[in-house]
Design a protein around this ligand. Structure first.
Ligand code: ADP
Ligand code: MG
Length: 150
């Protein structure tokens, strides 16, 4: 695995992972950098590894990664960490009117850390946030592009 850049200089980068646990590790590295109020928008096809990455974010903020799964009926799931709560949102299958009614503006302007899968479906999404794009390169390879706000 190409190590994602970590530490104070962590800004943007592309890494390639060879399995699910490496994608989780990339999420964990980002999670360690996140602070209350931070927002992460995730992009990528079904099965790309967005939820795996969010599981890593949960571990990185000290929440229980075992609680992180693909939300089916619960659109917003909460995982409490020692210094922040992670709100995990999945917009897959939602109509745009339903997305407008979720109150995402309030969520992202609050003190939680918010990770949103299928973020492109939210037309009102903020742009000054971290963005993670995951691309399936075939088999178990994934390209993960992380862009942090300046
Ligand atoms: P998404 O949330 O993007 O729909 P998931 O994280 O739920 O995707 O699922 C990703 C699937 O792909 C899992 O079944 C996982 O085991 C598999 N997988 C294979 N290789 C990788 C990898 N490098 N990174 C993440 N997931 C992978
Ligand atoms: Mg998912």
């Amino acid at each position: 695995m190409t190590q994602p850049p970590v530490g104070p200089t962590f800004r943007s980068g592309v890494s390639e992972t060879a399995n699910e646990s490496e994608t989780e590790a990339a999420g964990e590295a980002l999670g360690r950098e996140l602070r209350p109020g931070d927002v992460v928008l995730l992009y990528g096809d079904l099965g790309a590894g967005k939820t795996a990455f969010v599981r890593g974010i949960a571990r990185g903020i000290g929440a229980n990664p075992d609680d992180v799964s693909s939300p089916t009926f619960t659109i917003v799931q909460e995982y409490a960490g020692p210094s922040a709560t992670l709100y995990h949102v999945d917009l897959y299958r939602l109509e745009s009117a339903e997305i407008d009614d979720l109150g995402l503006e309030d969520l992202v302007s609050g003190e939680g850390i918010v990770a949103i899968e299928w973020a492109e479906r939210w037309k009102g999404r903020p742009d000054d946030v971290s963005e993670v794009s995951i691309k399936d390169l075939g088999e178990d390879s994934r390209a993960i592009t992380i862009e942090r706000p300046r």
